[in-house]
Design a protein around this ligand. Structure first.
Ligand code: ADP
Ligand code: MG
Length: 368
C-alpha cells in the first residue's frame, strides 16, 4: 500500500481480515496505516531502496493517495502487479490532464480554462466569473483553491500561487453533489456502490447520505458515466467519481483513483465495503457485490471538535459508542488539528430523514 492515511488503514484491515500481510510505504512515522501494517517502510515515495524492498517482498501494489509519483508506479510496474496503473493515476492526479481527458472523451464538465501562464489570463472570457482557481496538482479537501470574482483577482491569485499550473472553473450553482464508487476487475467485471449524496463545508466533506436522494434516471446516468470513465482509463481497482447536479444536468467534478471518503458509509452499510473490493480487485478474488443492507448517514469528525474555547480536550466519544446502530471509526492520528480528518461515524437504520436528525444531534453533542 502506497500511502499510510486512513484510506490505507481501512485497506490494511480488510486485507488482514482475509489473511494477507500488508506493507505500507509512508514517510510519516505515525501514519494511520503504517501503525497497523505488518511492515511499515518509513521512507519517501521515490526512495529507490524502499521501492526495491517492496519489489523483493510484495506480490501486488495499490495506492490510497493520488499524488504518488508517476515514476514510482512505473518502476514498480516493471516487476509487480500495480493497480490502478501508473497511466490511469497520472491522468487523474493532475487536474489539467483529468479535465482534458474528460472533455476529449465528451464527458460533461462545467466551463473551464487551463491557466499555465499569465498571458492566458487575458484570453479568459468574462462570463467564466465568479470562478474557482484550482491548482493542478497536490490539492485536496478544498486546499489549493481560490475563489476569484474577476480577472484582476485571478491574476493576483495566480501570481500568489507562484505561477503553478491551474484550472479555472466556473462556479456552478450546485443543487446537489453526489459520488459513485465502482470496482473493476482485471477481466472487466464491475460492481457499483449505491450513489452517495455529499455535503461539504469549506470544501471539506462533512456529511454523506446513502443512498443519495436522486431520481433513478440520475442514478443510472451517474453509474454509466463512472463505468465509461473506468473503461476509457483501462482501470482496474476501486474508482470514485464526484458529480455536480445543476438544474437537473450532470457535470463530472473529479475522479479519485482509490476508495473515497464518501464511501465510508460502506463500512457499516454493506457486507463488502469499498476496501474489501479494493483487496479483491488487487488479488483477483471474485468481485462480490457490496450488498448494501442499511440506509446510512456518515459524518466526518475533524480536529476542530478537539478544541473548546481554543483549549485542547478529548470529545466524549461515549456519546457515539453507547448508541445502537452508530459506528465510530477513529483513524489513530495522535495530533488533532483544525481541518484534519480524525475520524468519522456512521448512523444506520431505515428512514434517511430520521438518520440525518440523529446524526446531527450526535455531532452537536460531541462538539459541546
Ligand atoms: P478536492 O480535491 O479538494 O475535493 P474539489 O474540486 O472536489 O476538490 O472541490 C471541493 C468542493 O468545492 C466540491 O466538492 C464542491 O463543494 C466545491 N466546488 C468545487 N468546484 C466547484 C465549482 N466549479 N462550482 C461550485 N462548487 C465547487
Ligand atoms: Mg473533491
Amino acid at each position: 500500500m502506497l500511502g499510510g492515511g486512513q484510506l490505507g488503514r481501512f485497506f490494511v484491515i480488510s486485507a488482514q481480515n482475509l489473511g494477507y500481510q500488508v506493507t505500507v510505504l509512508d514517510p510519516d512515522q505515525k501514519s494511520p496505516a503504517g501503525l497497523i501494517a505488518d511492515i511499515h517502510i518509513c521512507a519517501a515515495y521515490d526512495d529507490k531502496s524502499a521501492l526495491d524492498q517492496i519489489i523483493n517482498t510484495c506480490f501486488a501494489v495499490t495506492t490510497e493517495f493520488e499524488n504518488i509519483p508517476f515514476a514510482t508506479l512505473k518502476y514498480l510496474e516493471n516487476s509487480l502487479i500495480v493497480r490502478p496503473s501508473s497511466q490511469a493515476v497520472s491522468i487523474v492526479q493532475n487536474r489539467i490532464k483529468e479535465k482534458n481527458f474528460l472533455a476529449d472523451n465528451k464527458f460533461p464538465v462545467g466551463p473551464f480554462h487551463v491557466i499555465e501562464s499569465e498571458d492566458q489570463i487575458s484570453k479568459v472570457p468574462d462570463n467564466i466569473f465568479p470562478a474557482i482557481l484550482k491548482i493542478a496538482q497536490f490539492g485536496y479537501d478544498g486546499k489549493g483553491q481560490v475563489h476569484v470574482a474577476n480577472s484582476n483577482e485571478l491574476r493576483e491569485a495566480f501570481i500568489k500561487s507562484n505561477y503553478a499550473p491551474c484550472i479555472l472553473e466556473k462556479k456552478l450553482p450546485l443543487e446537489i453533489e453526489v459520488s459513485v464508487i465502482t470496482a473493476r476487475s482485471m477481466s472487466g467485471n464491475h460492481v457499483f456502490f449505491p450513489i452517495a449524496e455529499n455535503e461539504h463545508i469549506n470544501g471539506i466533506l462533512d456529511t454523506t447520505i446513502s443512498p443519495g436522494r436522486v431520481s433513478n434516471d440520475i442514478a443510472c446516468k451517474v453509474k454509466d458515466y463512472a463505468n465509461d470513465i473506468a473503461i476509457k482509463l483501462g482501470y482496474v481497482g476501486v474508482l470514485a467519481v464526484e458529480f455536480f447536479i445543476v438544474e437537473g444536468n450532470i457535470y463530472i467534478n473529479e475522479i479519485a483513483p482509490r476508495p473515497h471518503n464518501s464511501g465510508h458509509y460502506s463500512l457499516d452499510a454493506c457486507t463488502n465495503n469499498q476496501f474489501d473490493l479494493q483487496v479483491r480487485t488487487l488479488t483477483d478474488l471474485e468481485l462480490l457485490d457490496p450488498n448494501f443492507h442499511s440506509n446510512t448517514v456518515m459524518i466526518n469528525l475533524l480536529g476542530d471538535i478537539w478544541f473548546k474555547e481554543n483549549k485542547l480536550r478529548e470529545p466524549n466519544f461515549n456519546i457515539l459508542i453507547d448508541e445502537p446502530k452508530v459506528y465510530l471509526h477513529m483513524y489513530g492520528k495522535e495530533e488533532p488539528r483544525k481541518g484534519r480528518k480524525m475520524a468519522h461515524f456512521n448512523v444506520s437504520g431505515d428512514n434517511l430523514n430520521d438518520l440525518l436528525v440523529k446524526a446531527s444531534h450526535l455531532k452537536q453533542r460531541l462538539s459541546n
